[in-house]
Design a protein. Structure first.
Length: 409
């Protein structure tokens, strides 16, 4: 997949455009729904530069964006003119016919976008990608050196390092990952299952295929890992994990690469912690397959809005990923632009991509499996049910949802 090479080279072209009131538009309302982290904030700030001359630009940046996007875009007119999405979160919008093809807007206003940024589904451009992302390992080199352990490359080595750190009394809970019940926990299961190399579904069908020895191996590793986490690990999302890292409470963590810039800056932490923080590739589960997924983030345009609002939204968001914006916020993401210069903050994503990490499956029913896993694993991780029972629960929840939506009989 081209995006794998792209995360390493950062070689896509988005040329800069001078920002001025209205960005040459005669009117239109822009309202953006997106996650909240540095790169998105920078893009939205760039889009806001187009406000004026009858153009309004607003945004709702929230960690709950995935939970509200379908209902918000189903309204007519849609509550938001754009949803910023990733590999998985675009799927329900496609399934619901809630976003519009962008081919005409690209032809008129996107001449400087590289064709590899154009996310094409069934021959139509449905999103414009602007950054690459992946979950990977963050480690404290000072703690690992004190414990006398090498940088882990497999999850077995992560466990061994965490045990050594604990047994030496350096930290009681040295490890964390984003295991909050719901989407985050579902993502951790998917990442770990990817590490088995096994398929999620029976070939050529939407029949789920995770209730097997591969699923057991993935779940047992997750349970082993959270035994080295704080007991409230089921509340850990990206914000919480980052906060604990910056507070010096962790020596090993699996976090999104997009957090690298804010973790390595001079805010929210001490100089000693920042200097000792290193971003490394995602570990493998078996030694062969990387237990992570490669993602892109991009913007879509709502279907249930006027053409004027759609045009204003597209132009504003293209301005939000101009070369000027990217140069000013270079450290906040692995930007898909020739203006981007790789940094220590992007090293983990680049190395994870280079190690052959597969993209998150962009299947119409993948989100149902993700949701089922996120909702059914808490009891297993808390020790009140077996891995086999948890997998059976995932299978049952997925199959019920897939039948309701007509993916399986």
């Amino acid at each position: 997949m081209y995006l794998k090479n792209l995360a390493v080279a950062g070689a896509l072209a988005v040329t800069s455009s001078a920002a001025y009131a209205g960005c040459g538009l005669s009117g239109g309302n822009v309202n953006i729904l997106a996650n909240e982290f540095g790169a998105i904030q920078a893009m939205v700030a760039g889009a806001r530069e187009c406000a004026g001359d009858g153009v309004t630009v607003e945004a709702n940046l929230t960690v709950d964006h995935r939970d509200i996007q379908v209902a918000a875009l189903t309204a007519n007119p849609a509550q938001y003119t754009s949803a910023v999405v990733a590999n998985s979160s675009i799927v329900p919008l496609i399934n619901g016919d809630l976003i519009r093809p962008l081919d005409d807007l690209v032809a008129e206003h996107g001449q400087d976008l590289d064709k590899t940024q154009l996310i094409t589904i069934d021959g139509k451009v449905m999103a414009v990608a602007f950054m690459a992302n992946a979950q990977h390992l963050f480690y404290r080199k000072d703690i690992l050196e004190e414990a006398g352990v090498d940088v882990p490359t497999t999850y077995d080595e992560v466990l061994a390092a965490a045990e050594k750190i604990r047994s030496m009394g350096l930290m009681e809970h040295p490890f964390a990952m984003n295991t909050k019940t719901g989407w985050n926990l579902g993502e951790e299961f998917i990442n770990m299952y990817m590490g088995t190399g096994a398929p999620f579904f029976e070939p050529g069908t939407a029949n789920v295929a995770v209730n097997n020895e591969h699923g057991v191996a993935a779940l047992n590793m997750l349970k082993s890992l959270v035994e080295y986490s704080n007991p409230d690990f089921l509340t850990f999302d990206s914000n919480e994990t980052q906060a604990r890292w910056e507070s010096g409470d962790l020596a090993l963590a699996v976090m999104w690469g997009s957090r690298g810039g804010s973790i390595l800056d001079d805010e929210g932490s001490s100089g000693d912690i920042v200097d000792a923080t290193v971003l490394a590739p995602a570990p493998t589960l078996t030694g062969d397959n990387v237990a992570s997924t490669l993602w892109w983030d991009g913007f879509t345009i709502s279907k249930n809005i006027s053409d004027e609002d759609a045009e204003a939204t597209f132009v504003s968001l293209v301005n939000g990923i101009s070369d000027d914006v990217i140069r000013a916020n270079n450290d906040k993401a692995v930007w898909l632009s020739s203006a981007y210069e790789p940094t220590p903050a992007s090293a983990g994503v680049a190395a994870t991509a280079a190690s052959g990490t597969s993209p998150y499956p962009m299947l119409p029913y993948m989100g149902l499996l993700h949701t089922a896993a996120g909702g059914e694993l808490s009891e297993f991780l808390q020790g009140s049910e077996s891995a086999e029972q948890a997998l059976a629960d995932i299978e049952a929840a997925y199959t019920t949802a897939a039948r309701e939506q007509g993916f399986v009989e």
